[in-house]
Design a protein around this ligand. Structure first.
Ligand code: NAP
Length: 282
């Protein structure tokens, strides 16, 4: 039997309908939910992503404003612009593109994001709250992984053996924290893990966030396991996941596709965070 396809598209549609309704209620009270997206001037990828978010914003009644800053402002100027947005009551969510081009240091810049507006959990204080189990907002991608799992595993995640491949502060680590908070038993793997396939093959749930196209094969997957593919590598203009879907689909019980799995959910969850921030702040 072939694995169940864990599509993110329908879930994303549902989230967008919810955002629209909540944004409308805010607008009825004179509040326009608004997200400021910061990028480096000329950063083609960052600006492309910001414009994609803007389009979803248009469909969900959330205002998404792109702020592209030139190298001449330096880190101090960039951080000052982020601090201004943090202090501006008309802005409810702040996103800083990743990676930021030279000469900007994303760490320094993200320190200036107000925690209540840190809709992608970008600064260390926000991450600390996440680690403590009381996040203001979880990183959108990690939240998307959990949302996919929750929607498709009705019996819940408690006690499930989960292996997360990748330990970046943006994806792997927060996914592991959220899974642990959901009472899964979590193992974190990385590039120095010995016999990765054997470790993964013990798991009920495998989440891969390594950025290595088609790296996860049948040998990494226990029969019937749920596999979430966060990987998104662009090859010849196409997005390719970490999982070799052709090899895994007859072994896994369920598998999230790339594209169409975690990706569309991530952007929707980000805008849901903006609406949540607007509700909390107003
Ligand atoms: P990253 O910062 O490069 O981290 C990659 C992680 O994978 C590291 O922890 C690394 O281990 C580990 N790794 C690399 N090669 C490995 C191997 N052969 N075996 C085991 N572990 C290995 O990447 P990231 O920012 O977390 O992103 C990961 C992937 O997710 C990328 O494809 C990215 O495009 C995608 N992504 C998708 C979304 C979405 O919304 N869909 C959002 C963000 C990222 P070490 O720590 O030992 O170096």
């Amino acid at each position: 039997v072939s694995a169940i396809v864990l599509s993110g598209r329908e879930l994303a549609e549902g989230i967008r309908a919810d955002i629209r309704a909540r944004a409308q209620r805010l607008r009825d009270r004179g509040i326009v939910p608004r997200c400021a997206v910061f990028a480096g001037e000329g950063d083609i990828e960052g600006i492309f992503y910001a414009n994609a978010l803007k389009k979803i914003g248009l469909k969900t009644d959330v205002e998404v404003d792109l702020v592209a800053l030139p190298p001449s402002v330096g880190n101090a100027g960039f951080a000052a612009a982020v601090a201004d947005a943090s202090a501006d009551p008309r802005t409810h969510g702040i996103l800083v593109q990743r990676p930021l081009p030279e000469p900007f240091d994303r760490r320094l810049v993200c320190d200036a994001i107000e925690v209540g507006k840190d809709v992608d959990c970008a600064n260390p204080y926000s991450f600390g709250l996440l680690a403590a189990g009381t996040p203001a907002f979880a990183p959108a991608t990690a939240a998307a992984v959990l949302e996919l799992l929750r929607a498709h595993i009705p019996q819940g995640l408690a006690g499930a053996a989960a292996v997360v491949v990748g330990r970046s502060p943006v994806v792997g680590k927060p996914v592991a924290l959220l899974l642990s908070a959901a009472d899964a038993t979590v193992t974190i793997c990385h590039s120095r893990t010995r016999d990765l396939a054997a470790v993964c093959a013990t798991a009920d749930i495998v989440v891969s966030a390594i950025g290595k196209p088609r790296f996860i094969g049948a040998e990494h997957v226990k029969r019937g396991a749920t596999v979430i593919d966060v990987g998104a590598t662009v090859i010849d203009g196409k997005i390719v996941g970490d999982v070799d879907a052709g090899a895994v689909k007859d072994r896994a019980g369920a598998l999230s596709p790339v594209p169409g799995g975690v990706g569309p959910l991530t952007t929707s969850i980000l805008l849901r965070h903006v609406v949540e921030a607007a509700e909390k702040l107003s």
